[in-house]
Design a protein around this ligand. Structure first.
Ligand SMILES: Cc1cc2nc3c(=O)[nH]c(=O)nc-3n(C[C@H](O)[C@H](O)[C@H](O)COP(=O)(O)O)c2cc1C
Length: 509
């Protein structure tokens, strides 16, 4: 069995064994950000258009409000990083406040870390910087344009990285999440990072900049140039940032790693992370073909279904995407209201066809590896049941009539946001097949892509006046038997959508 399949099997939650880990000692929680000691940081907070500025307490000056769209500047970078992973909420608490970030994070543990590499950006010396979210500032870590050259080399000469005047590198600090979630943390670290990446590419588009993504790099080279301790922290993805205009697209953003097999003994997280690294020589890109989604759509004979035309009417996510990110919070409780089929169509379209709704061409890694199923619980104009969502034809194809709220809640480890939702999206993949295509690294691509879809679903639901929350903990095997989803589909992630308990009463059951 491949290491990814072994890992996935070994980290499944089962009703018989869940909760045997004992109570958590929160005093042992690792600090969820890097604490930099720096005498000459690059301050970014003055560029934010908030009154008063949450970092300085000062009113925003005219320059902060008069942002120039599509101009590569320090102000643009300040916003890009803020709307990607900045602190957008503070929950007072001891021994330190909980800093809520622009993207959600399983358990609020924020295992992702953000670095900036500058080749040629106004008002910034070339080099490597760390991001300090507590003050919204950059900390110079290593000077020199060679860092950007080395990053391009680590990405096998990827044209977009070679041309990028600046880039963000996202890493995962494993213990921040494994401290709580044990071996299963790797799944959540990747999902969190996917949410973060979706913010980055959405924000870039909203600011008139261009961004591309890649997760195809030689791990050892990239980690070495970041100077991270590779046992503790590893690079997961790179976002290139460019001024407006056409951008050299990456020829590849996903490349296959070798396939290995490993014993199902700890440390599993480490074993999978190591097994999914890419070597110093560029692997050959996997051609599209055999595994295209259209083929997958045909596999279960799910032809024909309910067409979900992309609604012509957009939501606030199109007119004010940055605002949507700023206001985003995961919904904690739903009441049993309904949503309309048009709302569901719009939310799915924002995730799967963002360009059609004005969000630009949002990149992905290898999204054809994912299949989407939707448990429809309370959608006006759509019969309750479990549907397969065909992204290309934009159709919902009925897999199983009826869908019990209790079953969905049970699958979500008994969490009420599962049972009280109006619709629950299951991001799944035929894992063995994905590994045959992209090697062990498929596991990373699948979870990063699912996280990105999750972020756009969340933002789209919230912008439509609904609520949303990701769910990273579920009884894996029971999803397939209770919902009728084909058994070879491994569940990667769940997104719940519903009517927030606090919202005005409308569309009640
Ligand atoms: C990968 C992932 C898994 C999550 N799983 C759950 C979950 O199982 N239950 C839940 O209530 N919230 C879940 N959340 C939401 C987080 O609890 C939430 O993002 C975090 O507390 C920060 O709050 P915010 O999203 O409102 O900023 C998840 C979020 C992510 C990104």
């Amino acid at each position: 069995m491949s290491t990814a399949v072994t890992y996935h099997e070994a980290t499944k939650y089962h009703p018989e064994t869940i909760g045997q880990g004992g109570a958590l000692d929160w005093s042992l929680q690792p600090v969820p950000y890097k604490e930099y000691d720096c005498s000459e940081p690059v301050e970014l907070s003055d560029f934010l258009p908030f009154d008063p500025n949450p970092f300085t307490g000062r009113p925003a000056d005219d320059d902060a409000h008069a942002h120039q769209q599509g101009v590569p500047s320090l102000a643009a970078l300040s916003r890009l990083i803020f709307y990607t992973y900045g602190v957008t909420g503070v929950v007072p608490s001891e021994p330190r406040h909980l800093l809520l970030r622009a993207c959600p994070s399983a358990g609020g543990l924020y295992p992702a870390e953000c670095y900036l590499i500058v080749r040629d950006w106004p008002d910034l010396a070339p080099g490597l910087y760390g991001y300090d979210p507590t003050r919204h500032r950059l900390v110079p870590l290593w000077p020199g344009v060679e860092i950007a050259d080395a990053a391009a080399e680590a990405c096998y000469g990827n044209a977009a990285v070679l041309a990028a005047p600046a880039m963000l590198v996202i890493t995962g600090v494993f213990r921040r999440s494994s401290w709580r979630y044990g071996e299963r943390a790797y799944r959540r670290i990747l999902l969190d990072s996917g949410h973060l990446l979706a913010n980055a590419t959405l924000a870039a588009h909203a600011l008139g900049l261009r961004a591309t993504l890649t997760a195809a790099f030689c791990d050892e080279r990239l980690n070495t140039l970041l100077r991270v301790d590779a046992d503790e922290e590893g690079a997961l993805a790179l976002v290139t940032i460019h001024g407006p205009g056409p951008v050299e697209r990456p020829t590849w953003s996903a490349l296959p790693s070798p396939t290995t097999s490993s014993a199902s003994e700890p440390p599993l997280l480490d074993a999978l992370h190591q097994a999914s690294v890419l070597p110093s020589e560029r692997p050959r890109q996997v051609p599209h073909g055999e595994d295209q989604a259209d083929d997958l759509e045909n596999r279960y004979g799910l032809r024909g279904g309910v067409p979900l035309p992309i609604p012509p009417q957009t939501s606030a996510l199109t007119s004010a995407p940055l605002d949507a990110i700023l206001r985003r919070r995961s919904t904690r409780r739903y009441r049993r209201g309904t949503m309309t089929a048009t709302q569901l169509a719009r939310i799915l379209a924002y995730a799967y066809h963002p360009d059609a709704l004005g969000l630009g061409d949002q990149p992905a890694f290898d999204r054809n590896l994912l299949m989407t199923f939707v448990a429809v619980l309370a959608v006006d104009g759509l019969a309750a049941g479990v549907y397969y969502y065909a992204p290309h034809s934009n159709e919902l194809r009925l897999l199983k009539a009826e869908c019990a709220r209790e079953a969905v809640q049970f699958l979500c480890l008994g969490q009420e946001i599962g049972g009280d939702a109006t619709a629950v999206v299951f991001h799944t993949a035929d894992l063995a097949r994905a590994v045959r295509r992209q090697g062990e690294r498929a596991y990373r691509y699948l979870h990063l892509d699912a996280g990105m879809l999750g972020e756009r679903l969340d933002l789209a639901a919230l912008a439509d006046g609904l609520g949303a929350s990701g769910i990273g903990g579920f009884f894996d095997d029971r999803v397939t038997d209770l919902l009728g989803i084909p058994a070879e589909q491994a569940v990667v992630y769940i997104t719940t959508i519903g009517v927030p308990a606090a919202a005005a009463p409308a569309n009640d059951d």
